[in-house]
Design a protein. Structure first.
Length: 134
């Protein structure tokens, strides 16, 4: 895929991804799961919820279609296994409790371009540049 231009993150970095959704029911949460490409079972999960594109006090009818954009976020934990991560799945949970799963093959070309690399924290000693009363 487009991993050559993938992003690089280290411990403490925040990963933010936006997910556009078309839906007819209320979406409660969105989870985007990335899996380590070489280590089975090693995952990073980004979590968030949708904000509707257009605000408005419209009455809810079952046939109505909404478009929402969800921002999902994760901070890379200190103990994350370094290496390349690829999109594994997207999970949508509805307000009613249903969970819908979407694999990479359903998500199109954009899914392949979202891969990233996790690197270890740099070892360089920080430099104290100033001291004083505040």
């Amino acid at each position: 895929g487009g991993m050559q231009n993938g992003r690089v993150f280290g411990p403490g970095d925040t990963i933010r991804i936006s997910v556009g959704i078309r839906h007819t029911m209320h979406i409660d949460s969105v989870t985007v799961v990335f899996a380590h490409e070489r280590r089975e079972g090693v995952e990073l999960q980004l979590f968030g919820g949708p904000a509707p594109f257009e605000e408005g006090g419209r009455t809810y009818t079952v046939s109505e279609v909404w478009r929402s954009e969800a921002e999902v976020v994760a901070t890379v934990p200190a103990n994350t296994t370094p290496g390349r991560y690829a999109l594994s799945q997207v999970l949508l949970e509805t307000y009613g409790g249903r969970v819908y799963r979407y694999g990479p093959e359903e998500l199109g070309a954009a899914a392949g371009d979202l891969g990233f690399e996790v690197v270890e924290e740099p070892l360089e000693r920080p430099v104290i540049e100033g001291l004083g009363y505040t």
